[in-house]
Design a protein around this ligand. Sequence first.
Ligand code: SF4
Ligand code: SF4
Length: 128
Amino acid sequence: MSDVMKQEGFDYSFDPRACESCQGRCCTGESGYIYVTKAEIEKISELLGLSVHNFVSEYLFKKGYKYSIKERKFNDSYECVFYNRESNGCNIYDARPNQCKTFPFWDYYKTRVQELKLECPGIIDEDS
Ligand code: SF4
Ligand code: SF4
């Protein structure tokens, strides 16, 4: 049975087996924004055993009217503060934001498959 994932409206599919050897390229690399909703903030705070106030002040920053998870610098690039380099995983996996759960099926990439392929080795471009 194939583990390859497809989603309606997208011209590519995704093989999650690529994650095993990829070293979290979607959680690391260029600086970006990892947005969290109010409900996600509450869920992550609970998972970490922190008050919402303490979680927000320690791990988030404000970008316009939204909140994003902080990054840390690693060599010449950046990584999400919850990326675990040792396990090649996410320290808040069970409560990770929807933005992370839905990658690589983001509307942004519908017309930018080549850009996505550079970031994510699990992408299978059905047009090529
Ligand atoms: S970039 Fe793609 S292959 Fe790599 S961890 Fe993220 S989803 Fe998996
Ligand atoms: S929250 Fe987890 S899945 Fe999302 S970018 Fe950070 S380490 Fe990656």
